[in-house]
Design a binder for this molecule. Structure first.
Ligand code: PRX
Length: 666
């Protein structure tokens, strides 16, 4: 496929913002040669309470010359919420739909206009104020994909508070770690949520997390809880129609029996708090470089990093990438399936679409419930024009063939997006031919929590470079480390509370560059192909994990003496975890122990991190100095005997034993 070129269908209307490659090149050139002018023009579309006072952009990307610093529009003041909501309402878009909400149950759906969203946001901003939240305070959000989640995020920005969204699939330990690190004053959650056929009791998880956080020295002052379950218990649509639910599956019984744990001094119901809250809340003007949000991402040491994004640059970048990459035109309906708990949800469910006055779909459910054509049904229902999802989802839906797709009318689609991991040819072609009927453009968007928004093609203002191991630039075709020479407005500014770790992680390896951690190959035509992570990070279903955090969770088990975790390719998930476990003397490796270990990873990190394979290893391949040779383990996990040089191993005999014990793989 790499040799085939698929051109956008000329019949697609309306005409795109960027009409030709030539036009892209012209705009790109300007963004590189005159970045300040380029972004200043874009900034004019937004409201600034006061203009910038210093240079439009100033930065130091070279650790050898001093601390790393990145500043865009320093001195300017603004409010993101004002730009996303008030500005659009003032421009006559009050009645325009900001979100179509589609629940887990197809009968559960609603919509929210820009005006109504603004009212709800103001009310909740006042609730936050009543809980003592001030500018700069952190508010943690552990929520399902519901409208209230967006309301909380924007309410934070209205008063200058910093949101820290934690994906509601993380375990209580992971949530506790994030509450503690951010010192979040308030936590907003819901009683629970149905994900497909499964019930998640979120408030229970939050209680365990708040307790743990308190034990380690940080007490969350208030917890606000959205009552989300009752209407789902009765399986009712919002207009009150629907059937009483008398089925008694174990999960449904769990829902009926679920008593939401409660602390009278700390907890409050959303509805009670919102009832008397005023619907007017003057925005707090914040500095261009004031923090907007924290979002934790895995770090190679095992401790997650609180990636910090700031106000002005992130706004410019989210808005501009959204507009051009998805070619969003007024009147279009856009749908990004990512959970708001990840960066894709931040930039392309919330900030990018609203900054463009867009109408989006917010989907709570899963692609397989109540049937395998759910995504396609939702596209038909809302006449979605731009659809953005991950290769894992595409691969898992491909398995069911074309029949579930053909049942629905997908003719509204114009642009398809892919994000989170490299997309394989087979999945790309199915996406293109079956979902896009051979007419839609596919935008493969490489980016990271750290980059704030898309950075490939390259996008405007982005200057990618390939370096070899010695830091020498690779010109022309070749493969190497993907680094960036200068900042674009949406790049992260620091790791919360640890600027030194920020510098070490991203700027020390190749001074003068931001190191992405990914490798890339440049082909004959100059296109960049992402080859995957070059560090100890794993990408399971588009979720980034570090080997260290999974190893840490496993090593805590009393039966384990040593552990090594590697990634191996997986037909649906992209990569999956293969864990090698050495047990303590006298402890037998049994299926029960294997289950316990798998459960431990789910509990410590979250279900998405559950290892595919746990293999017993009497010992691990090591160098004479005792370093585990992961390169060899990776090959064993893949049943690949091209081991390369193994002369440095202290004991080669273990290799054959590990190959012989390799569990059967699908
Ligand atoms: O390895 C790259 C992969 O996902 C990593 C970033 O993960 P995260 O910060 O969780 O953000 C995910 C969503 C932006 C990258 O370092 N990655 C992301 N998008 C792509 C990708 N790999 C290949 N192609 C992509 N389009």
């Amino acid at each position: 496929m790499a040799n085939e070129v698929y051109h956008p269908d000329p019949s697609m209307k309306p005409t795109p913002y960027i009409k030709s490659m030539k036009e892209y090149e012209k705009m790109y050139k300007r963004s590189i040669e005159s970045p300040e002018e380029f972004w200043e023009d874009i900034a004019k579309q937004f409201y600034w309470e006061t203009p910038f006072t210093n240079k439009f952009c100033s930065y130091n990307f070279d650790v050898t010359k001093g601390p790393i610093s990145i500043k865009w529009m320093e001195g300017a003041t603004t409010n993101i919420c004002y730009n996303l909501l008030d500005k659009n309402v003032r421009n006559g878009m009050g009645e325009k739909i900001a979100f179509y909400w589609e629940g887990n149950d197809p009968e559960d759906y609603s919509r929210l206009t820009y005006k109504k969203l603004l009212i709800q946001v103001c009310k909740f901003a006042n609730v936050l104020k009543s809980k003592g939240v001030n500018k700069g305070d952190r508010v943690a959000i552990y929520m399902p994909m519901i409208l209230e989640t967006v309301i909380v995020m924007l309410a934070c920005t209205r008063i200058g508070a910093v949101h820290s969204v934690v994906f509601a699939g993380f375990s209580s330990d992971s949530l506790a770690e994030r509450l503690l690190d951010a010192k979040s004053k308030v936590l907003v959650t819901s009683d629970g949520v149905w994900r497909g056929e499964k019930l998640l009791c979120l408030k229970e998880i939050c209680d365990a997390a708040m307790e743990r956080s308190k034990k380690f020295g940080h007490e969350v002052e208030s917890c606000i809880v959205v009552k989300h379950l009752p209407r789902l218990n009765a399986s009712q649509s919002r207009d009150g129609e629907g059937k009483e639910n008398d089925e008694k599956s174990p999960e449904k019984r769990k829902a009926f029996d679920y008593q939401v744990p409660w602390d009278e001094d700390r907890d409050a119901w959303w509805d009670d708090e919102m009832e008397d809250a005023s619907s007017s809340c003057y925005p707090v003007w914040v500095g261009a470089e004031d923090p907007l949000f924290l979002l934790y991402t895995s770090g190679s040491t095992g401790k997650p990093k609180g990636v910090l994004h700031t106000t002005a640059g992130y706004l410019l970048y989210a808005a501009t990438t959204f507009k051009y990459v998805f070619d969003y035109h007024p009147g279009d309906v856009y749908w990004c399936t990512a959970d708001v708990g990840w960066i894709t949800g931040h930039t392309y469910v919330v900030y990018g679409p609203l900054a463009n006055g867009a109408t989006s779909v917010l989907f709570e459910g899963v692609p397989f419930h109540p049937h395998n054509g759910r995504y396609w049904e939702v596209i038909q229902k809302f006449k979605v024009n731009q659809f953005y999802t991950a290769p894992t989802a595409i691969r898992s839906l491909m398995k069911f063939g074309d029949v579930p797709v053909k049942k629905f009318d997908l003719s509204s689609l114009k642009v398809l997006g892919s994000v989170g991991e490299p997309i394989n040819s087979e999945a790309w072609l199915w996406y293109y031919n079956v979902i896009g009927s051979g007419k839609c453009s596919i935008v493969d968007t490489f980016w990271q929590t750290e980059t704030g928004g898309h950075v490939t093609f390259p996008f405007f203002g982005v200057l990618p470079v390939l370096l070899d191991e010695n830091g020498k630039e690779i010109q022309g075709p070749g493969e190497g480390y993907l680094v960036f020479r200068r900042p674009w407005p949406g790049i992260m500014r620091t790791i919360f509370g640890n600027h030194e770790r920020f510098e070490t992680t991203y700027f020390k390896k190749f001074p003068g560059f931001y190191t992405s951690g990914d490798g890339a190959r440049r082909d004959e035509e100059g296109y960049l192909w992402i080859t995957g992570r070059m560090d100890d990070m794993l990408n399971v279903s588009g979720h980034l994990l570090s080997t260290a955090e999974v190893e840490g969770a496993l090593a805590e088990h009393g039966a384990v003496v040593e552990v090594a975790v590697v990634a191996r390719p997986h037909p649906v998930k992209g990569e999956c975890l293969h864990c090698f476990i050495t047990t303590k003397d006298g402890v037998k490796f049994t299926p029960k122990l294997s289950d316990e270990l798998r459960r431990r990873v789910r509990e410590k990190i979250g279900p998405f991190a559950a290892p595919e394979c746990i293999q017993y290893a009497p010992s691990l391949p090591k160098t004479r100095s005792g370093k585990i040779v992961r390169r060899v383990l990776k090959k064993i996990a893949q049943n690949d005997r091209n081991l390369g040089d193994i002369s440095t191993l202290a004991d080669e005999s273990i290799i054959e034993i590990l190959f012989a014990n390799l569990p059967v793989q699908d």
